[in-house]
Design a protein around this ligand. Structure first.
Ligand code: GDP
Ligand code: MG
Length: 598
């Protein structure tokens, strides 16, 4: 196709503002998919993605659109993950297109991820068409949202397209706007050596690894021997195609085009987002700029509840890792939990997705230890270690200083909840950097320790703002602070899986909270159980769980038989998920719940 008739674009939006629904409507209105094959959220393929309404892998679809100017255009939509965990992937796929539709829910207005995602698009030099969605709802206020887009984002919104992705209002206008207002791809040279960007890749059980590519120069064809310039692998292309969104083979992909290739690549791990694809025979002299492998920032231990599942778990983890280059794992042994794995993730959502898949697709019940970040520990002998697990923290006497990752967080929240948000950020050792207003909403910017965010910050933020706050962040870098390891001892035995890094000034408070929580979470035994928090050898907090009375059902007054039975059943169910620590049984949930702060 001639470049003048190609438009490559992505859709950026805050979660739930209607990105997937709009994509569906564009596909439907252009007849890309026969009506009978239409189902909601065509682009969100994976089950977990569908259930959570999030997209993790980039998807692409080619749409043909006969425009009002009499020409038929080829529109390539790249649907990218909208979540901060995958921000590097998002920024790469943005580089593969020239424009974005900025979808804003007209009943909600601009949210934190709207900002984060639109700034990524602006960084990639995109032309941006604002689209106001959900105008079918009575609460839609297009005038207000227009103003907000102009004030907060700083782009013109006069000519924003008003639509309802649900009912179909305005969809033809979106198609016209794509053609008229977004630029065609930059001139590429068909005769130059091949230069293509690796946008994303995914595993297909029949075809092996399928790689989404954007061609800059040259032509991709079946039979070519290609080289990935950064990762170094060479492969023979056995298939070149496009998504409509079903896969369809084509003879070639030329400059400006987006599609896929397969080349007998065994693992997604062998393909790196942002890599440059060229031919082995006449390679392009210069790779695309800015390649960086994504590194995990959040770590936690995953242990099978049933120790007999360990081998199955290893298989499952290895399989998942083949198809997710940003997920890392190594074997870990815990005195408390036995054999398991220390796993690294791009963020909390990534962690949840992997954990869910292990539990659901592979049927393995897991104990997850508290998520932790990577601390940089400078020891007195001048060495620096990356600490992935608080259990590996050297003796306090050997440590010179500890650095931790800090983030810049942007939070948008209705005025009335601002006070609670500031309090929460303050409690989490935040440093306020900015506070501005857009209408009745406040936008606060905080510098926060990532360690304080990875556990339950989202949950807390949602609960103190009744769900009205939105949040986004990026990592600033490492900074020193007074950080120590706090251990937890149950019945005088340290439970390694509960050890955590804390700020020295907060250690007593956290330690007390942990001991109190554990006292509630650990069932009574026939003997007294001391629960202690300690730094080095020094105990900083202590609770005592008193011994059990004879009959657990005694506290159910009277003869309420169902209540008694329920209590006993609950105890039985709880039994399965208990872990033995010396003489003490600790229920599985205790490992996560003990760390939640109210
Ligand atoms: P995404 O997270 O941005 O991909 O959002 P979705 O496309 O999944 O939409 C989120 C929710 O909003 C879904 O329940 C949609 O049915 C609903 N929705 C999307 N567009 C519209 C619209 O124009 N009007 C109304 N009333 N609901 C919409
Ligand atoms: Mg979606």
């Amino acid at each position: 196709t001639e470049l003048a008739y190609i438009r490559n674009f992505s859709i950026v939006a805050h979660i739930d503002h209607g990105k997937s629904t709009l994509a569906d409507r564009l596909i439907q209105l252009t007849g890309t998919v026969a009506e009978r094959d239409m189902k909601d959220q065509l682009l969100d393929a994976m089950d977990i993605e569908r259930e959570r309404g999030i997209t993790i892998k980039a998807n692409t679809v080619r749409i043909e659109y006969p425009a009002k100017d009499g020409n038929t255009y080829v529109l390539n939509l790249i649907d990218t993950p909208g979540h901060v965990d995958f921000s590097y992937e998002v920024s790469r796929s943005m580089q593969a297109v020239e424009g974005s539709l900025l979808v804003v829910d007209a009943t909600q207005g601009v949210e934190a991820q709207t900002l984060a995602n639109v700034y990524t698009a602006i960084d990639a030099d995109h032309e941006i068409v604002p689209v106001l969605n959900k105008v079918d709802l009575p609460a839609a206020d297009c005038a207000r949202v227009r103003e907000q887009i102009e004030d907060v984002i700083g782009i013109e919104a006069d000519n924003a397209v008003e639509i309802s992705a649900k009912t179909g209002i305005g969809i033809p206008d979106v198609l016209e706007a794509i053609v008229q207002r977004l630029p065609p791809p930059q001139e590429g040279d068909r005769n130059a050596p091949l230069k293509a960007m690796l946008v994303d890749s995914k595993y297909d059980p029949y075809l092996g690894v399928v790689v989404i590519v954007r061609v800059i120069d040259g032509v991709l064809r079946k039979g070519q021997r290609i080289r990935m310039m950064k990762s170094g692998g060479t492969y023979d292309i056995d298939r070149v195609g496009i998504y409509r969104p079903a896969m369809e083979n084509v003879d070639e992909l030329g400059p400006g085009e987006i599609g896929y290739i397969t080349a007998q690549i065994k693992q997604v791990r062998d393909t790196r987002v942002g890599d440059t694809i060229t031919t082995e025979k006449s390679p392009t002299p210069k790779a695309l700029p800015g390649f960086k492998p994504s590194v995990p920032v959040v770590f936690c231990g995953l242990f099978p509840v049933d120790t007999n599942d360990f081998e199955d778990m290893r298989d499952a983890i290895e399989k998942l890792a083949l198809n997710d280059a940003s997920f890392t794992f190594e074997m870990e042994t815990s005195a408390a939990l036995g054999f398991g794995f220390r796993c690294g993730f791009l963020g909390l959502l990534h962690l949840e997705v992997i954990r869910d898949r292990l539990e659901r697709e592979y049927n393995i019940e897991l104990i997850t230890t508290a998520p932790s970040v990577v601390f940089k520990v400078h020891t007195r002998d001048g060495a620096v270690m990356d600490l992935h697990n608080p259990a590996d923290m050297p003796d306090p006497g050997l440590v010179e200083r500890v650095e931790e990752p800090r983030i810049k967080a942007t939070i948008l929240v209705p005025d009335e909840y601002l006070g609670d948000v500031l309090k929460l950020c303050q409690e989490r050792r935040g440093i306020q950097e900015d506070l501005t207003y857009a209408g009745s909403r406040a936008m606060v910017v905080y510098d926060l320790p990532l360690a304080e965010v990875v556990f339950d910050f989202y949950d807390r933020l949602k609960s103190v703002t009744k769900g009205y706050a939105s949040f986004d962040y990026y990592i600033l870098g490492y900074r020193e602070d007074n950080l120590v390891r706090m251990s937890i001892l149950v019945n005088d035995e340290p439970v390694d899986a509960l050890a955590m890094m804390v700020h020295r000034d907060r250690a007593e408070m956290r330690g007390r909270a942990m001991c109190e929580k554990l006292k509630e979470l650990i069932p009574r035994h026939m003997f007294k159980i001391p629960i202690q928090a300690a730094i080095g050898g020094r105990v900083i907090a202590r609770e005592t769980l008193s011994a059990m009375r004879k009959d657990v059902t005694a506290k159910c007054y009277g003869g309420d038989a169902t209540r008694k039975r329920k209590l006993l059943e609950k105890q039985k169910a709880g039994k399965k998920k208990m872990r033995q620590f010396g003489k003490v049984e600790i229920p599985q949930e205790a490992f996560i719940n003990a760390l939640k702060m109210d």
